[in-house]
Design a protein around this ligand. Structure first.
Ligand code: SF4
Length: 226
């Protein structure tokens, strides 16, 4: 892709946003939750796992462990067993338990509302903190960059970076703050349904004319003139 001016990139990002917004007016977080703690736990479980699988697991998990104190005093083997099918379950169980112990010790069992406090919890990086802040507290301190947001930002030419923190910083400059929560949902929905990792369906893509990675052949001069 030829180098694009900042002005042109901002205009293209705006068009991408509004086109995806029309395509997915109902885009939302697909991890089932009814409070900030449930969303925090579900997001930790979602690493290397589908939201569908996490939702199956959390249906029973949230009934068994309704409060941070319940995870904090849980039998580690029972917790591991309960989340086993989400993968990397030993590490996830360890993080959830250590995270919830800190919630009990430092925050009265409540999930804190700032990026700084959230990222001090075990197993919580910027991505998880952004998910919780945006979806549980309607607070935008940054932009969620998961595997879909990373891939789509790259394919759409919105970033040249691979590092999620650098991608997030770049997107924060391209997208108005009011849309920081909405934008990743749109990319994630598009990434799951159309711009799939192994085989993007460019012919069915609503942002194809705006995408430098489109696999749709450009019209030939003969096709254009005929
Ligand atoms: S045109 Fe293709 S590569 Fe670009 S966003 Fe659409 S599906 Fe993805």
């Amino acid at each position: 892709m030829p180098r694009e001016s900042t002005k042109a990139k901002l205009a293209r990002a705006k068009k991408i946003f509004s086109s995806l917004q029309k395509t997915y007016p109902d885009a939302h977080c697909e991890l089932n939750h009814s409070n900030p703690l449930e969303l925090l736990v579900a997001t930790i479980l979602s690493a290397q796992c589908t939201d569908k699988r996490v939702n199956v697991v959390t249906a029973g998990l949230f009934r068994k462990y309704p409060a941070a104190a319940d995870y904090a005093r849980a039998d580690p083997a029972a917790l591991e067993q309960a989340i086993k099918t989400t993968g990397f379950f030993r590490n996830k169980a360890k993080n959830i338990q250590a995270c919830c112990r800190k919630l009990v010790e430092r925050h009265g069992g409540q999930v804190p509302r700032s990026m700084e406090e959230l990222t001090q919890l075990d197993g919580v990086g910027r991505k998880t903190a952004n998910v919780v802040l945006g979806n549980a507290f309607d607070t935008q301190e940054g932009i969620v960059v998961d595997t879909h947001v990373r891939r789509l930002s790259q394919r759409l030419g919105l970033t040249r970076h691979d590092d999620p923190v650098k991608i997030e910083r770049g997107l924060m400059k391209l997208v108005p703050r009011a849309d920081w929560g909405r934008f990743p949902h749109l990319l994630i929905w598009h990434g799951r349904r159309v711009c799939i990792a192994r085989a993007p369906r460019c012919f069915d893509c609503s942002v194809e004319p705006l995408c430098p990675s489109s696999r749709v052949p450009a019209p030939t001069s003969r096709a254009v003139s005929s």
